[in-house]
Design a protein. Structure first.
Length: 188
């Protein structure tokens, strides 16, 4: 994949993730298709696979959940979702060995309002670990549905240099004084 092709692919993936969050996931939440974090992950996988199907085929990309290969092998970490580039010409007994590059990582949280925000921050610490310790350079997304009244805010501060140009927050919380779940995006 050339540099120009990779930029194109990353833009298509970013556009798809944003669209899925703001439209499909928001609609699924409103229609009560999402029960817990696992159904959120399943929905995200489903919509991304459908929306990106032509791109995935053309560029030998695949979407994997609970990913433990490539840079994550033996680390004890496993991102909820990755979109990876594959080398299907390689000779291997396990397709995880054919991953040549992670193009993006998604971590997801779905918590009710009684949960401490520290539970959500722990996934941001994972993303920071991916950057600083595992030297992951691909775009990362943190998708959080927090059933709590909150302002439209960022979980990370502008002082979190490690996240700059790397992390995009996909957030959802209740507008204060309402029962309306608001979905929004914050790019760092």
């Amino acid at each position: 994949m050339t540099t120009t092709e990779k930029e194109y692919v990353l833009k298509q993936i970013d556009d798809a993730i944003r669209y899925v969050w703001m439209n499909d996931i928001a609609s699924d939440y409103e229609s009560r298709w999402l029960l817990k974090e696992d159904t959120l992950k399943n929905a995200m996988y489903h919509y991304l696979r459908m929306k990106l199907s032509n791109l995935l085929e053309k560029y030998d990309l695949r979407i994997f959940t609970e990913f433990t290969d490539d840079k994550f092998s033996g680390t004890g970490y496993r991102p909820d979702i990755v979109i990876a580039r594959m080398d299907f010409e390689t000779s291997c007994n396990y397709w995880g060995k054919a991953v040549t590059e992670c193009l993006c990582i998604l971590e997801l949280k779905y918590k009710n309002g009684s949960v401490s925000p520290n539970i959500i921050y722990s996934d941001y610490k994972k993303l920071q670990h991916y950057c600083e310790i595992l030297h992951v350079e691909c775009p990362m997304y943190m998708a959080t549905i927090w059933e709590h009244e909150d302002d439209e805010t960022s979980w990370l501060s502008d002082d979190d240099i490690w996240a700059k140009n790397r992390v995009t927050e996909l957030n959802a919380s209740y507008e204060r004084g309402t029962e309306t779940m608001r979905f929004y995006i914050k790019k760092h």
